[in-house]
Write a protein that binds this ligand. Structure first.
Ligand code: CTP
Ligand code: MG
Length: 236
């Protein structure tokens, strides 16, 4: 392990949860006695190698300040997000770059993934120790994959071989990721994860196998599933 490596975390939480269509943004829905984002932050704070966390929230967010107070004394900062997830992440990277070394590692993890296992963060960090590019957690696709056309009919069956779901955290060197995201956004493109920005910049991020329970809460049914996964861990 690199004894002198720095690990910083960005937690994008500036989305409004359109697909969830709940009264409050999904990161503030409750699972048991905590909100989704608190489960997420507590999992990250359970990783001893992480130095600091930047939470990215929207400018009109009036819920986050009340939650942030519970983390006083912890290495947590808040940054205002942007239009899309990639803009929110870029704002956080620009903030971190003011004080951090370009060679520091940044782990970007969605606020909407509360079932993250601290052991998977350690596995990601260990696997990428010494890697020049970085990588992400993922899981191999399990179902048979179909390419479907606009009329709802199958065009072809796509081979599952080599197909993975991209999860988070996604871990890259601050300087490389910052430059890659800036370049892609200034060219007018959008990306839905950090790996895509790195790929477009010519890098080949490594895929590290995580666990399928690291779901992103997206639709209403996902909340019950996340609650089930978290409760199962408390019982274990
Ligand atoms: N996110 C963000 N800034 C945005 C949009 C999204 O920081 N402008 C965050 C979300 O808060 C979430 C993560 O990125 O933690 C993953 O995005 P997604 O699941 O798409 O969340 P939302 O954009 O909130 O949901 P939807 O796309 O259904 O509106
Ligand atoms: Mg979204």
């Amino acid at each position: 392990m690199q004894a002198d490596a720095n690990y910083r975390v960005v937690v994008p939480a500036a989305g409004s949860g359109q697909r969830m269509a709940s009264g409050v943004p999904k990161q503030y829905l409750e699972i048991g006695d905590k909100t989704v984002i608190e489960h997420t932050l507590d999992a990250l704070l359970g990783c001893t190698r992480i130095q600091s966390i930047v939470v990215v929230v929207s400018a009109d967010d009036d819920i986050w300040p009340g939650i942030a107070g519970r983390y006083s004394g912890r290495p947590l900062e808040t940054v205002i997000g942007g239009e899309e997830r990639c803009h929110s992440v870029l704002n956080a990277l620009a903030h971190i770059a003011q004080t951090a070394d370009a060679n520091d590692w940044v782990l970007v993890h969605d606020a909407a993934r509360p079932c993250l296992r601290p052991a998977d963060v350690d596995a990601l960090i260990d696997a990428l120790d010494g890697d020049m590019t970085g990588g992400l957690l993922g899981v191999p696709v399990a179902d048979t994959m179909k390419q479907v056309s606009a009329d709802g009919r199958i065009e072809q069956t796509v081979s599952r071989e080599g197909l993975w779901h991209a999860l988070t955290p996604q871990m890259f060197r601050l300087g490389l990721l910052h430059a890659a995201l800036e370049k892609v956004l200034s060219s007018g493109r959008l990306v839905t994860d950090e790996a895509a920005a790195m790929e477009l910049a010519g890098y080949r991020p490594r895929m590290i196998q995580g666990h399928r329970d690291n779901i992103k809460i997206t639709l209403p049914a996902d909340l019950a599933l996340a609650a089930f996964y978290l409760q199962a861990r408390v019982r274990a």
